[in-house]
Design a protein around this ligand. Structure first.
Ligand SMILES: *Cc1c(COP(=O)(O)O)cnc(C)c1O
Length: 398
C-alpha cells in the first residue's frame, strides 16, 4: 500500500484485553460494509443497527441504553437539546387536524413551539389546568392525539396526577408525553405510571456541569420506536458523540449530585420558609405543598430546584436585590455545579389556569458550593430587599 493510501486508511488495532470503565468516543458519519450485499440490505439492520452516523454510534447507543434502563422504557433517542426532545416527540406523533392538550405550566418554549409551529401545520393546540382533572376531561376528545405533561411544572411546581391523566388520555386514544427534567429518571419514572413518552433535558442534572446541551426521548412501547426514528432521520437530527461522552461522564455522578442538591435545598428552604418577606416556597416535599400527597405517592425524591414567591412589597425589589449575590449566579437553566437564581415571570405563560401569586417567582437551583456561602448570599439578598422596602427604618450609623 502506498504512503498516501496509508495516510487515509485506519488500521485495525487489536482491541483484545482493552477493557475500560468509561465509554469510548466513536466519531463517524460513514459506516462501511463488508460487501455490496451487506450495503444493499443495510435497512434490515433494524433501529439498533449501524447504517449511518446520524442514526447513532456505539457512544450514543451507550448513553441511550443507560437512559432506557433508568426510564424503564424500550428505546431512547438523543436529540440536541431538551427543547428538541419535546418538539420532536410532539412532531413525530401529530398530523394536520389532530389536537394536542398541553399542561398550562409547561416549559414556556414548548408553548411557543406549539402555538407557532404545530399551529402552522394545522394541529390544534389547547391547554389544560395541570391539576384539574375535570378540565382535562372536559377538553379531551377523539381528535386529541397527545396529552402533554410536565410534573412538577416549570417554575410553579404543580404536581400532576399522571396515572389518572393517562387513564383518561388512553380512554380517548391519546398518547401521554411527560417532560421529566426536574426529577430526572432517578426520582420519577413516568413510563411506569402511564406515560408513553418521557423526555429529559439532559442539559440539566443528567449532564450536570452546564457545558453541554442534549435531550432524550424514551418510549414505553415498541410501536413508537419507528415513527420517532423516522422523524429524526428525515429532520436530520442527531447528536455529537463528543457531547454524548460529556453526558455519560456527568451521569456517573448524577446520584450523589442530586442527593447533595436536595439536602442543600432543604437547608436553604428551612432558612427562608418562615422569613417575613417570603410568601411561599414551592417545593413538592414540603408537607403543605398542594401536590405533596401525589408527589409522595409517585416520586422517589426531590432535586435541588425550588421556587420562592415573595410578599408583594418585597417582590418588587427582588430583581434589583439579586445584584448583591456573590456565590449564586443569575441565570436560566439549572442542575449544574453552580447555584443559580432566575427571576421568572409566570402570568404571561398561562392561558388555561390562574396564577394567584406574585407574577415574579424566583427559581432557585442549589449547586455544589459550600452551604455557608449560599446561606450568607440568601441572607444578604433578603436584607437588601428589607432595606429597599423600608429605607427609613434602616438607620445606617451616622
Ligand atoms: C431546560 C428545560 C428544557 C429545555 O432544555 P434545553 O436543553 O435547555 O433545551 C425542557 N424542559 C424543561 C422542564 C426544562 O427545564
Amino acid at each position: 500500500m502506498k504512503d498516501l493510501t496509508q495516510c487515509v486508511i485506519t488500521p485495525d488495532v487489536d482491541m483484545d484485553g482493552f477493557e475500560t470503565l468509561g465509554a469510548a468516543t466513536y466519531r463517524g458519519s460513514t459506516i462501511v460494509f463488508k460487501n455490496a450485499e451487506a450495503y444493499r440490505t443495510r435497512g434490515e439492520r433494524g433501529h439498533q443497527g449501524y447504517t449511518y452516523g446520524l442514526y447513532g454510534t456505539p457512544t450514543t447507543r451507550t448513553l441511550e441504553a443507560k437512559l432506557t434502563a433508568l426510564e424503564m422504557g424500550v428505546r431512547t433517542f438523543l436529540v440536541p437539546s431538551g427543547q428538541a426532545s419535546n418538539s420532536v416527540a410532539m412532531l413525530s406523533f401529530l398530523s394536520t387536524g389532530d389536537r394536542i392538550l398541553i399542561a398550562d405550566n409547561s416549559y414556556p418554549p414548548v408553548r411557543d413551539f406549539a402555538n407557532r409551529d404545530l399551529a402552522r401545520f394545522g394541529i390544534e393546540v389547547a391547554y389544560y389546568d395541570p391539576v384539574a382533572i375535570d378540565d382535562l376531561e372536559r377538553q379531551i376528545d377523539g381528535r386529541t392525539k397527545i396529552v402533554w405533561c410536565e410534573s412538577p411544572g416549570s417554575t410553579t411546581m404543580e404536581i400532576q396526577d399522571l396515572p389518572r391523566i393517562a387513564q383518561i388520555a388512553h380512554r380517548h386514544g391519546a398518547l401521554v408525553g411527560c417532560d421529566n427534567t426536574w426529577a430526572t429518571p432517578l426520582n420519577y419514572k413516568p413510563l411506569t405510571l402511564g406515560a408513553d413518552i418521557v423526555t429529559e433535558a439532559l442539559t440539566k442534572y443528567v449532564s450536570g456541569h452546564s457545558d453541554v446541551l442534549m435531550g432524550s426521548i424514551t418510549v414505553r412501547a415498541e410501536e413508537h420506536i419507528v415513527p420517532l426514528r423516522a422523524t429524526l432521520g428525515r429532520l436530520g437530527i442527531g447528536v455529537s458523540p463528543d457531547d454524548a461522552t460529556l453526558v455519560l461522564r456527568g451521569m456517573e455522578t448524577l446520584g450523589v449530585r442530586l442527593r447533595h442538591a436536595a439536602e442543600g435545598a432543604a437547608e436553604i428552604i428551612a432558612l427562608i420558609q418562615h422569613h417575613p418577606l417570603v410568601e411561599q416556597v414551592l417545593y413538592p416535599s414540603l408537607l403543605d405543598f398542594p401536590g405533596h400527597d401525589i408527589w409522595k405517592r409517585d416520586f422517589l425524591g426531590v432535586s435541588g430546584v425550588f421556587s420562592v414567591v415573595l410578599k408583594p412589597e418585597a417582590s418588587k425589589h427582588a430583581a434589583a436585590a439579586l445584584d448583591v449575590l456573590r456565590t449564586f449566579a443569575i441565570g436560566a437553566s439549572w442542575g449544574g455545579t453552580r447555584s443559580l437564581i432566575a427571576p421568572m415571570p409566570v402570568k404571561q405563560n398561562r392561558s388555561a389556569s390562574q396564577w394567584h401569586g406574585e407574577d415574579l417567582v424566583l427559581r432557585v437551583s442549589i449547586g455544589l458550593e459550600d452551604l455557608d456561602d449560599l446561606k450568607a448570599d440568601i441572607e444578604a439578598f433578603l436584607a437588601d430587599i428589607a432595606e429597599r422596602s423600608a429605607p427609613a427604618k434602616v438607620s445606617k450609623a451616622s
